[in-house]
Design a protein around this ligand. Sequence first.
Ligand SMILES: *Cc1c(COP(=O)(O)O)cnc(C)c1O
Length: 360
Amino acid sequence: MSQRIYNFSAGPAVLPVPVLDEARENLHSLGETGIGIMEHSHRSKAFLAVYNETVERCRELAGIPDDYHILFLQGGASSQFFMAPMNFLTPDQTADFLVTGAWSKKAIAEAKRFGKTHIVCSSDDSNFNQIPTERNYSENPRYVHFTSNNTIFGTQFKTEPEIPAGATLVCDASSDIFSRPIDVTKYGMIYAGAQKNLGPSGVTLVIIHDDLVQSGSKDIPTMLQYRTHAEKESAFNTPPTFGIYIMGLVLKWIQNSGGVVELEKVNQQKAGKLYDYLDESQLFQGTAESDSRSLMNVTFVTGDAELDARFIETATARGLDGLKGHRSVGGMRASLYNAFPPEGVDALIELMREFEEGHR
Ligand SMILES: *Cc1c(COP(=O)(O)O)cnc(C)c1O
């Protein structure tokens, strides 16, 4: 088998090696069943055990109360951009958005199709390099939507925003879910495409309060109602069985790693080291304001696009892959999700120091 390299990709992204090892074992036969994990019926006893275990681990890990549903949907996080307003917003109602990057812009664009929208704050005029602290909510928002971590711009909310009393909080947590503890009871709904912190692409985790589910429109296609998936435990139609299985293994890996409390410490150490180096470097600069920095996606530049390209090329040749920044920021982006090993951060900093020496 060929050697694994350091994969800084923003998504799909690195998965824990024990997860890949266990999955490999079960590709041919899930346990003693003689049928591989991808080949089992979603109604089989064997798969139902996988499903139940994944739900259970999710509840344990994040302290999710029983009045929240845990759903495994398809269509990516991007489908939640329209599915949420389609269910919860009517033309006379307003949804409030904290606009902190490309993904929140996409979310608000879809909500406009179903009702009124209001911008609570936006960092668009500084190319989303910070999380605004000034916020203005509308009179009576149906819900408030925010993106907890801005994958492209390397910024992250330290904690959930304070919202008006009685409002429901909806969060796109695609790129930082389970990277730190959160109080789920503060949210009406949390969603995340799996391919950053949870597993493979093709499955979206939705954690949603039952009151919100029940309040959803009944006048939209069956497959697009949260109610359908809540009532049928994500098996109204064929769910993404392999993705659910891998997510279960990732959740087990998180539990075996000491849970989200422990992971947060490790994530702070990993990103902290890199930011410390960026703060002292004469060549590389972080692009996000220091009080808004993400622990998951660290964005940085040299200020010279040609030098950036040379650095990325040098890194790739050294087995540090996926460091090219998103085109809207340029430069470099190091994605340091839960499964990214601390040694990879050390290797990156070592290379950056060396590169800096060579370009004085
Ligand atoms: C990657 C990402 C998305 C898009 O996810 P898809 O599953 O590709 O639709 C949405 N929001 C955030 C914050 C992301 O990082």
